[in-house]
Design a protein. Structure first.
Length: 253
């Protein structure tokens, strides 16, 4: 495919992704109040166990509506994830062989449970983070918490982990047709750490280093796991190339 064809395909897939997100947004708006109660439940439970009195507040008049839209969008992204992950898989298939298309679509199908796995991991980890932070409060102290800040933090962390659980599959999808070799992913580990640390700093609203490290560490582990799988794919591809009597200059790839 030419560059123009790729851009047209990208525009088409982005349009279908937008349609799916709009449908998910409608569902998210409908269930936003329920979602806010579920997201704040761990905070209430852990604060009660720590003997803290929590006061969830809004600091701006428009904050409740803005927060409801944010939570609705969060739910929309999660609910529509099978759709937009499949559209990403379809965008990657043009120009591939029939076997490569089957493998790419299979990876897109696996991406959905992986995304949900990342969401579930974040949902499991957030109470531990809250317990760590709130457990350090002296006895008898209260907590005035800006509701928007807390819910933005939780939704961003959940979505970030969902995407990061899928990213190793994206790495493998590019390595299988040798678009990007595993050795290239391995050489770029320093840049990967910088990008992951930047993302962790963005999704954690507090300025403390501890929360950023707790969020970034699992992401780095996932990246390294993806690198390991890609290196195994490289080894298999090199063996197949050698069997055909060809050679690959790994230093030039």
């Amino acid at each position: 495919m030419s560059l123009i064809d790729h851009l047209r395909e990208l525009r088409r897939r982005m349009a279908w992704i937008a349609v799916g997100l709009l449908v998910g947004l409608g569902f998210g708006w409908w269930q936003s109040d329920w979602a806010m109660r579920k997201l704040t439940a761990p905070l209430d439970e852990i604060a009660a166990n720590a003997g803290l009195e929590v006061h969830k507040t809004f600091t701006e008049v428009s904050a409740p509506l803005d927060l409801k839209l944010r939570v609705a969008l969060f739910l929309g992204i999660v609910v529509s994830s099978p759709w937009w992950l499949f559209q990403i898989g379809l965008f990657m298939t043009p120009g591939l062989t029939r076997k490569e298309k089957r493998v790419t679509l299979a990876l897109a199908a696996i991406a959905f449970p992986m995304f949900l796995g990342g969401v579930a991991f974040a949902w499991w980890a957030i109470p531990s983070l809250l317990d760590l932070f709130l457990g350090a409060a002296p006895e008898g102290f209260g907590l005035y918490l800006e509701t928007s800040q807390y819910l933005i933090f939780t939704t961003q962390v959940i979505l970030t982990f969902g995407v990061m659980f899928v990213f190793p599959l994206f790495m493998v999808a590019l390595t299988l047709p040798q678009v990007v070799r595993g050795k290239t992913w391995a050489k770029g580990w320093r840049w990967a750490v910088v990008v992951i640390a930047t993302v962790a700093a963005i999704v954690t609203p507090s300025a403390d280093v501890l929360s950023m490290l707790l969020v970034s560490a699992p992401m780095i582990v996932l990246y390294l796991l993806g690198v390991g799988v890609c290196l195994l794919v490289d080894r298999r591809a090199d063996r197949k190339t050698a069997a055909l009597g060809l050679t690959v200059d790994l230093e030039e790839v």
